[in-house]
Design a protein around this ligand. Structure first.
Ligand code: GSH
Length: 282
């Protein structure tokens, strides 16, 4: 007994309505997308074969991009600008339109794509490598990334202040960092959850984890940089964040990168003069 076209269409429409009203549609779309593209996350894009990172020869905003490329095993090279080579490169980059706002990092890919803004770059690499957030989590990922940027700006503000002093360093470590670390501790995955998956969103590694790790790492490095003041293990009181930090750091490809010569040393632009030590009378 055959079916008519009309009967098949009615069945398909009924099935579509059933899926839609059951609330399962996003889940099914997600599975279909994963099956077709082989990549997790919202709206995946094609593979990236090779990347050039346009940035300075330092960690800074290049580090998240480097770590993501290392994790995804995408080969890359770097421009390694210096204060001598940057002005000319900036002029050319602005003229060509590649450095939209006269700033780096930027990336160019072998596929001819060029992008600026470190978080946008991280998100794009995420889409190309299955490290994008799920569609339902996009806004949450945005919140985390922008919050991380706000926290980051507090440290940059003092680091690039020409009057940066040990008092500013101590104020940051005693007041600013604990406030922000407290916010992130609240939303970090629970220790129980971290036993199976330490990541912040969707129970799997996404670009946002790289941003948060880099943020925590900058704080750890800053607080243990010798400026003649007591060195502080800044994450010690934040159990969930510290666990995430340690687990992320131990991911095999990340760990290999962090130990490699490709990882630049942590540097501070204006190291403050240490406080004069009191000389004890003999
Ligand atoms: N929001 C941008 C900020 C980029 C930025 O501030 N870049 C700095 C280096 S970290 C820069 O290009 N400075 C050189 C200049 O402005 O001439 C991003 O996240 O990529």
């Amino acid at each position: 007994m055959g079916f008519s076209c009309a009967q098949i269409i009615v069945v398909l429409v009924a099935a579509a309505f059933t899926v839609y009203y059951s609330g399962q549609a996003p889940e099914i779309m997600k599975k279909v997308s994963e099956l077709v593209t082989g990549k997790k996350g919202c709206l995946p894009v094609g593979d990236i074969d090779f990347v050039t990172i346009h940035y300075f020869n330092g960690r800074g905003r290049g580090e998240v991009i480097r770590m993501m490329l290392e994790e995804a095993q995408i080969p890359y090279n770097e421009t390694n600008f210096t204060k001598d080579t940057w002005p000319e490169a900036k002029k050319k980059g602005v003229e060509s339109g590649m450095y939209t706002f006269g700033q780096v990092p930027a990336i160019t890919t072998s596929g001819g794509l060029s992008l600026v803004q470190s978080q946008t770059i991280a998100q794009y690499i995420g889409r190309a490598t299955g490290m994008q957030c799920d569609c339902e989590s996009l806004h949450y990922c945005d919140i985390l990334a922008r919050g991380a940027e706000d926290f980051r700006s507090k440290l940059s503000k003092i680091l690039y202040d020409s009057s940066f002093s040990v008092d500013m360093r101590n104020d940051y470590i005693l007041n600013t960092a604990p406030m922000w670390l407290g916010y992130f501790e609240k939303i970090a995955p629970s220790l129980h959850q971290q036993e199976s998956s330490p990541y912040f969103v969707d129970g799997r590694l996404t670009w946002v984890d790289f941003i948060i790790f880099d943020l925590l790492d900058s704080n750890v490095e800053f607080a243990t940089y010798d400026m003649g003041e007591p060195l502080i293990s800044v994450l010690d009181s934040y159990t969930k964040l510290n666990t995430f930090y340690q687990k992320f750091k131990a991911m095999p490809r990340v760990a290999a990168y962090l130990k490699s010569p490709r990882r630049r040393p942590y540097k501070i632009p204006n190291v403050p003069t240490p406080r004069a030590k009191l000389v004890q009378p003999k």
